[in-house]
Design a protein around this ligand. Structure first.
Ligand code: ADP
Ligand code: MG
Length: 293
């Protein structure tokens, strides 16, 4: 009877857009008591838009967008997509960077039109011994208090602008969090983004526990620490920076709309990238196990 029950379970799973790597995955769904949710692209749409550009008196919005947009054009990050798209719309054709490097979890840096340009978290500027002028620091604080991500732009050794970007919580995320709780799971929001932004999103979807400003390589340690404290951890994510944490988790759920790295690392794929499918997957797997026994 066992193989038949598994097929029923996974067949229904396929209908719901849930792909399971193997039957052993079902067993782990029974013990998980904690679910770590990546923010960008998992709880939120990951489709960010540029909402405002604050410039220093030494420059203009067009110049900021030209230089920042040129660099971000070479990055896949949701923040980068927002900046590059807005820049192309507002200033037209963007120059090709003469040099480019990604700083995962921080931003991008490179050379555009002969200028050494940085775009990213203020931490990236700090690494290059730059600070935001008071007016831009204020713009950043206001943006973050409003739940937006503030990105700094600097070139030739000087901070020149703050960009405000934001994405929206997926419509289904609050209901998904309710259902995950109903299954006995404690949700935790995990992100590399700023704490104020993370808390705003958490409030919108009904999550009480937030772990923010985590570097990509440290996400896996968050999962390990929870496990060390005796928790059995499920993790839902979509990004390259989630892959190690998905592999470390007792149950890794990858968004099918996410990166190949996340999908390869997960035990389960939620094809439609809808968080509701995470609750469906756990409920269905547990029920399939009961049918087998
Ligand atoms: P998340 O965990 O939310 O997916 P990441 O770890 O990828 O976030 O990034 C953390 C933060 O680093 C972002 O919120 C953003 O502020 C900054 N960042 C990362 N990549 C870029 C980029 N290409 N351009 C600007 N900022 C970036
Ligand atoms: Mg993400």
């Amino acid at each position: 009877a066992t193989p038949t029950a598994l097929m029923v379970g996974t067949g229904r799973g396929a209908q719901l857009g849930i792909l399971i790597k193997g039957p052993e995955v079902l067993e782990t769904t029974r013990k998980v008591d904690t679910i770590v949710l990546d923010k960008t692209g998992t709880v939120t749409t990951g489709k960010m838009t540029l909402l405002a550009v604050h410039t220093a008196p030494t420059t203009t919005e067009a110049e900021v967008l030209r230089l920042a947009g040129a660099l971000e054009h070479a990055s896949e990050h949701p923040v980068a997509r927002a900046v590059a798209t807005a820049a192309a719309e507002r200033v037209g054709t963007l120059p090709t960077p003469e040099d480019f490097a990604n700083a995962p979890g921080l931003g991008v840096q490179g050379v555009v039109d002969g200028h050494a340009v940085l775009v990213g978290r203020t931490q990236l500027l700090t690494e290059w011994a730059m600070t935001l002028p008071v007016a831009l620091e204020r713009a950043k604080a206001a943006a973050e208090a409003a739940g937006r991500t503030a990105i700094a732009v600097a070139w030739d050794g000087e901070a020149r602008a703050v960009l405000e970007v934001a994405d929206a919580v997926k419509d289904t995320s609050p209901e998904a969090v309710r259902r995950l709780r109903a299954l006995g799971l404690t949700p935790i929001l995990l992100t590399g983004d700023n704490r104020a932004v993370a808390e705003t999103v958490a409030r919108e979807v009904g999550i009480d526990e937030v772990i923010a400003e985590v570097m990509p390589e440290d996400k896996v340690d968050v999962v390990k620490k929870l496990q060390d404290r005796g928790r059995s951890v499920a993790m839902v994510g979509d990004g390259v920076n989630d892959a190690a944490a998905l592999a470390q988790a007792d149950l890794g759920l990858a968004m099918g709309t996410g990166t190949d790295a996340a999908i390869e690392a997960g035990d389960l794929t939620l094809v439609r990238g809808d968080l509701l499918a995470a609750a469906d997957a756990i409920r269905l797997s547990r029920r399939t196990l009961r049918t087998i026994r």
